[in-house]
Design a protein around this ligand. Sequence first.
Ligand SMILES: Nc1ncnc2c1ncn2[C@@H]1O[C@H](COP(=O)(O)OP(=O)(O)OP(=O)(O)O)[C@@H](O)[C@H]1O
Ligand SMILES: [Mg+2]
Length: 234
Amino acid sequence: MLDVADVHTYYGEGYVLQGVSLTVEPASIVAVLGRNGVGKTTLIRTVIAFTPARRGRVMFEDRDITRWPSYRIAKAGMGLVPQGRRIFPSLSVRENLEIAQRAAATDIAEPWSLGRVLDLFPALAERLRNGAGTLSGGEQQMLTVARALVGNPRLLLMDEPTEGLSPHIVAEMKKLVVGLRARGMAILLVEQNLAFALDVADRVHVMDKGKIVFGGTPAELDADETIKKTYLGV
Ligand SMILES: Nc1ncnc2c1ncn2[C@@H]1O[C@H](COP(=O)(O)OP(=O)(O)OP(=O)(O)O)[C@@H](O)[C@H]1O
Ligand SMILES: [Mg+2]
């Protein structure tokens, strides 16, 4: 579904991603872990071409999207749950979702109608007319996921979706991503929450200073005390 091959990404002269490769299979969750500033968000920005790779290649369902404009990648079936939520606080919940629907992918067998998405988020369904800025942090995070889903993605990029959430909401997020995978969704998940990533992911990668320093199953990472201590501080 997604094949990131040896990408090198810069901000001006700042050399951030230094040859990153990974793949995401359909209906699977691949997690990327790493400390602050190692390049996790830059990897997501590279995949969706906000900051395209200067070298290397990103393939999405066998199309080379490395230098496609981001809106075209989104329309092709890639959804983004950005770090820090980025909802429109002055718009209502419904308006936040309707804006995202305008850019939805259309070539999909079972589109995510508003009704189908809201079935997953009963708390949002009750607050459609409320200002999005009045929602709790957990509800705002659920809104960013709902907003991505109405775009009909087959691959979801999630950038630290559990950041700042209470354990109760983290547990809800876990059910949600596992449920999405069961419906066939592929997810590239960037996280600092090791326990969450180990719980939900099929494969995990650890990043440090723009490079992948570990790749394996959650069980293999959990057993590797050196990697956990050196790169994740646990
Ligand atoms: N727009 C930008 N311009 C210049 N440098 C940037 C920009 N965004 C990020 N960087 C730098 O690139 C490096 C990687 O940042 P990135 O945001 O990808 O890290 P991260 O792993 O997502 O961190 P965090 O866990 O804090 O979100 C950092 O050194 C950061 O300062
Ligand atoms: Mg980040």
